[in-house]
Design a protein around this ligand. Structure first.
Ligand code: ADP
Ligand code: MG
Length: 343
């Protein structure tokens, strides 16, 4: 260890990962892709294996005052499956590791596992192992997923090409605004425990926060339509931040059209109520777990009638020039304001 002290916040999450992983270039012949994409890629001979892991920590990623354990179990699996989906892969086996305190009853943990089971059924994965430990402060859930993809169908972040169409599944900003509504109601409750939470009208965005889906449905539909995305990432840190990953790793730029962004009515309503910008929620709110991907223009006809897919822009040949054309016709640079747990 050197004498200088660098604060983690000065690097940010991605800078920290980059710094710590320096000097860990892949040495094994079957390690196809190490750090830097949604999953690691391993050569299995006739196809690729995909490996990913994610950590959910109480107080950082979830708040048990409003996260039912059943939803949390579902989410822990879904967010990992989402990374497999982002490689255009199919998930297979999962491991679940827990650190728990005696604050939880066996029944509460069974609830967590009911959610895990529902997700295993929905995404057709098998729970095959894990680890269990005690915790002195809060609940920790660590999930890993192993999946597979045919070699010719894999979708990396680094392979978008100029003139490709930029697409996103579902709608954006809901999970972030759902969290804002839950936080607001928690504050109301803490101030006056007699008050019932006012969640009516916000059911969809709350569900987006508490029980997100991995878009395996779209992965299968694209496959049936004969479309292989030229690049793909899942929207976990916010669309802007994730688009910047695709652009910087592919050495391209992008133009996004505000009027094409898929934003649900509840997002507009909640944003107005909370005095927040629906555009900022859609661009920078995280945790939507939708897929952001590019396709060849020639494939447009194959996706144009899929209601789950919106074409929101296109890829340009100007490296790192990533812009939004506003509804008023102004071009503004897209910047990342994704989650930074260290700031
Ligand atoms: P995602 O949001 O898709 O889960 P992350 O942004 O968490 O991806 O991680 C980006 C890349 O950095 C991934 O390849 C991930 O495996 C890798 N990574 C994250 N944390 C670490 C770590 N502590 N050590 C090594 N690699 C890491
Ligand atoms: Mg990801």
């Amino acid at each position: 260890m050197s004498e200088t002290r660098t604060e983690i916040a000065s690097l940010g999450e991605f800078g920290l990962i980059q710094r710590l992983s320096q000097g860990f270039e892949a040495t094994l012949p079957d390690t196809v892709k190490g750090i830097g994409d949604d999953t690691a890629v391993i050569d299995l001979g006739h196809e690729y294996g995909l490996l990913t892991t994610d950590l959910l920590l109480e107080g950082v990623h979830f708040d048990l005052t409003f996260s039912p354990l059943r939803h949390l179990g579902y989410k822990a699996i879904a967010v990992n499956v989402s990374d497999i989906a982002a490689m255009n892969g199919t998930p297979g086996q999962v491991t679940v590791s827990l650190a728990i305190s005696n604050r939880f009853s066996v029944e509460a943990l069974e609830d967590l596992y009911a959610g895990i089971k529902a997700a295993c059924a929905d995404f057709r994965v098998d729970l095959v192992g894990g680890d269990t430990s005690s915790s002195r402060s809060g609940l920790l859930i660590s999930v890993s997923v192993f999946g597979k993809v045919a070699k010719e169908k894999i979708a990396y972040r680094a392979t978008a090409r100029p003139n490709d169409l930029l697409c996103v599944t579902g709608d954006l900003g809901g999970a972030y605004l759902g969290l804002q509504v839950l936080e607001r109601e928690k504050q109301v409750y803490l101030a006056n425990p007699g008050m019932q939470p006012q969640l009516k009208g916000n059911e969809y965005i709350i569900q987006r926060q508490l029980k997100p889906e991995a878009r395996m449905d779209v992965v299968y539909e694209l496959d049936e339509a004969g479309v292989i995305p030229t690049s793909m990432i899942d929207v976990s840190d916010g669309m802007a931040s994730d688009l910047l990953h695709i652009c910087s790793q592919s050495g391209v730029g992008a133009m996004v059209f505000e009027e094409n962004l898929p934003i649900d009515e509840q997002v507009y309503l909640a944003a107005t109520e909370l005095n927040l910008s629906p555009l900022t929620a859609a661009m920078n709110g995280g945790e939507d777990y939708e897929l952001l991907f590019t396709i060849r223009q020639a494939d447009y006809d194959k996706i144009k009638n899929n209601p789950k897919v919106s074409v929101i822009g296109y890829i340009t040949d100007q490296p790192d020039v990533v812009q939004l054309t506003s509804k008023g016709g102004n071009k503004v640079p897209i910047t990342a304001q994704g989650w930074n747990h260290f700031s």
